[in-house]
Design a protein around this ligand. Structure first.
Ligand SMILES: [Zn+2]
Ligand SMILES: [Zn+2]
Length: 118
């Protein structure tokens, strides 16, 4: 019932790889988020040691940090109270903005904030 709260970060880094005698490739520069910077490193490496093979590699790292909703979250969906809009009239219900923004939970977004049992 409670959607996991998650934070997602993607990092793209470039670095130079050098071919080893056994044919494998190993990282031989520090990583840079700037492709131009890595390309300059590659050119410098080729100038210094033209007898080796070099190439640029790209590494994409996705970090997902998940955390459980604490007791301050809504009993219905786990989102914080300030994400819940107030009902306009006594007969209508409020809506959770975070649920509404997620297609998976959109249908369940229409509910008032409900405090959890202590
Ligand atoms: Zn809720
Ligand atoms: Zn919600």
């Amino acid at each position: 019932m409670n959607p996991p709260l998650a934070e997602c970060r993607t990092t793209v880094e470039y670095f130079v790889q050098c071919q080893q005698p056994d044919g494998t490739w190993e990282q031989c520069s520090s990583t840079a988020i700037d492709l131009d910077f890595a390309t300059e490193r590659l050119a410098a490496r080729r100038r210094m040691q033209p007898e080796f093979e070099y190439r640029i590699a790209r590494r994409t790292t996705t970090v997902v940090v998940e955390y459980a909703a604490d007791n301050a979250g809504c009993a219905e969906c786990g989102h914080p109270e300030d994400q819940h809009a107030e009902a306009d009239e006594p007969v209508s219900v409020g809506q959770c903005r975070q649920c509404a923004a997620d297609p998976q939970y959109e249908d369940d977004s229409w509910h008032d904030y409900e405090p959890r049992e202590a």
